[in-house]
Design a protein around this ligand. Structure first.
Ligand code: NCD
Length: 333
């Protein structure tokens, strides 16, 4: 077997099956996750519910979430697992308990896997190290959101015409330009996508004003470029991924929203003029009338609800991967 970065992550002391960053996944790992997603999706409910019957999964959320939390929870339940949700409000976290102690408490209560969302970049590494449990990163600060990048990838594979979703390799997304527009600086979704999609051959164009898209974003790796003119970027897009301005992370930065809307909003007029065939994506939550118009969000190009559905499916595979010590092979998916 060829050594993978996943192997390296394991040897650094993180439990196998953890998903802390997309950089730990080899292209083969991505292919295996997507193949397992397909197989689990096709199963009858009665068969799927046996995959993780009675296994204990803790959801530990220090930041608000609708899609990610609910889809992980429903995914776990569809596999027969028992879930418990701990959020920073209404738990001992409010009393000052550390992440490590909260993790050890969950482990003592029988948790076999922890799904963590945290405001601090790197928090999932600390939790994985201190508990020894498989940890799934459900978004850490401005760092990463690996399961979102995987569900976005699956959406692109299914919806962009001419792609072969059955063959995942370095060329699968060749010829596809994904334009990611908005608050790139604060977006863990943008970072994970910009690091994952080019490894399958996509070109990622980042678009936004300097305040929300510093030149340092180019450090995300090969296949990533910056185009500040949204119309120019859109003209090259097969996929237009829009992002929310993360007001909670702006830290005093003042933006002229009228100017932002004029330059960067994806509305019907702009879509029709620049990219009438592009797939429109948004990780949510979206602010209608700001980064995207309601007509585009609800329009025929939009894959926004489909992204949510893929999130549920991809997360079933990530949970099976996390809880089967021998990898997917040890469970019949
Ligand atoms: C995003 C997140 O939390 O990183 N949402 C999500 O998980 N789908 C994006 C955001 O908060 O804007």
């Amino acid at each position: 077997m060829t050594p993978t970065i996943q192997g390296a992550v394991k040897s650094l002391g993180y439990a196998a099956g953890s998903l802390l960053t997309v950089t730990s996944l080899s292209v083969e790992d991505v292919a295996a996750i997507l193949a397992a997603t397909d197989r689990i999706e096709r199963m009858a409910d009665a068969e799927r519910v046996r995959l993780l019957a009675g296994r204990r999964i803790a959801l530990l959320f220090y930041e608000s979430s609708t899609r990610t939390r609910t889809s992980f929870e429903l995914a776990a339940k569809s596999l027969g697992a028992i879930t418990t949700l701990v959020s920073d409000k209404s738990s001992s976290i409010e009393k000052g308990e550390s992440l490590k102690d909260t993790g050890l408490t969950l482990r003592a209560l029988g948790a076999e896997c922890i799904i963590l969302r945290h405001a601090n970049s790197g928090a999932p590494y600390l939790l994985a190290k201190s508990t020894g449990l498989p940890v799934l990163n459900a978004g850490d600060g401005m760092h990463e959101h690996p399961s979102q990048a995987l569900l976005d990838l699956r959406t692109i594979l299914v919806r962009v015409p001419g792609l072969n979703a059955g063959r995942i390799d370095e060329k699968t997304l060749a010829g596809v330009t994904v334009v990611i527009t908005g608050d790139i600086l604060h977006s863990r979704v943008a970072r994970s996508n910009a690091m994952l999609l080019p490894r399958l051959g996509a070109r990622v164009l980042l678009c936004g004003p300097k305040e929300l898209l510093p030149e340092s974003a180019l450090g995300l790796g090969a296949g990533v470029e910056i185009e500040r003119d949204f119309d120019k970027a859109l003209k090259q897009a097969q996929v237009a991924m829009m992002l929310r301005i993360q007001r909670e992370r702006l830290a005093g930065l003042e933006l002229d929203l009228g100017d932002y809307i004029a330059r960067y909003q994806l509305n019907e007029e702009r879509l029709a003029a620049c990219a009438p065939g592009a797939l429109v994506m948004h990780p949510g939550p979206m602010i209608r009338g700001l980064e995207i118009s309601g007509e585009v969000a609800d329009g025929p190009n939009s894959a926004i609800e489909e992204q949510v559905r893929h999130g549920l499916s991809v997360r079933t595979a990530l949970l099976v991967r996390a809880l089967s010590t021998g990898g997917f092979e040890s469970v019949t998916v």
